[in-house]
Ligand binder design. Structure first.
Ligand code: ADP
Ligand code: MG
Length: 212
């Protein structure tokens, strides 16, 4: 199976994929997308950089958003401002035909009140660095008490950067019933600790390095 049409993606996503010029799903996309679309499950996905992880979680996430609701339904945590912006831009491209879907980026080194204003306009998906996210929660600028999905992207990198306490604190304010999708290149002890603490019987998938 090496075609997007067989993965169960919506027509709007398939149209966006054609525009993006993606011809075939990458290995992580082939493995993760059907699982995430069909099963309400926690997921641990191990794959190197450059293997297409953003679409592996982004396509299912976009498809699962209820655009008739205004509430924030998904949180993506990523290690850096650059990655937050990159993920946000990618998701907006993927969702170009899902009219009304709002994706908002939250990161340090930029005006917090401006970000709070963006959130206030509505944000189905929030893409955030852990430090600024914690700050926004403390100030009551963002409500993640109703999210259905939490994605931890580059989990190993986030923990390397010392975000363990922020991640634990942020996840503790989300509903127990939400699904957590953890993406990482490697599985050091701290990542395993987060997985054990916040995930329930996750499905695990691993793909080889890009050039192997
Ligand atoms: P990762 O998060 O695993 O490092 P990205 O999601 O950033 O990888 O994707 C790496 C690059 O590959 C991006 O430029 C992205 O647009 C591109 N890409 C992703 N999936 C596909 C695909 N199925 N076909 C072609 N290019 C893709
Ligand atoms: Mg990535």
């Amino acid at each position: 199976m090496n075609n997007f049409e067989q993965l169960g993606l919506s027509d709007s996503l398939q149209r966006a994929i054609v525009d993006l010029g993606f011809e075939n799903p990458t290995e992580i996309q082939q493995k993760a997308i059907p699982i995430l679309l069909e099963q309400e499950t926690d997921l641990v996905a191990l794959a190197q950089t450059g293997t297409g992880k953003t679409a592996a979680f982004g396509f299912p996430l976009i498809q699962k958003m209820d655009l008739s609701q205004r509430a924030t339904q998904a949180l993506i945590l990523a290690p850096t401002r650059e990655l937050c912006l990159q993920i946000t831009n990618e998701l907006k491209n993927y969702a170009k035909y899902d009219n009304g879907l709002r994706v908002v980026a939250i990161y340090g080194g930029a005006s917090i009140s401006e970000q709070a204003r963006e959130i206030k306009k509505g944000a189905h998906i929030v893409v955030a660095t852990p430090g600024r996210m914690q700050d926004m929660i403390n100030r009551g600028y963002v409500d993640i008490s109703q999210i259905n999905y939490c994605v931890l992207d580059e989990a190993d990198e986030m923990l390397n950067m010392g975000f363990y306490d922020d991640i634990v604190s942020i996840l503790s304010t989300t509903p127990d019933e939400k699904r957590t999708w953890l993406f990482s290149a490697t599985m050091p002890a701290e990542v395993a600790r987060i997985a054990k603490k916040f995930m329930e019987e996750p499905i695990e998938i691993t793909v080889g390095a890009k050039n192997s």
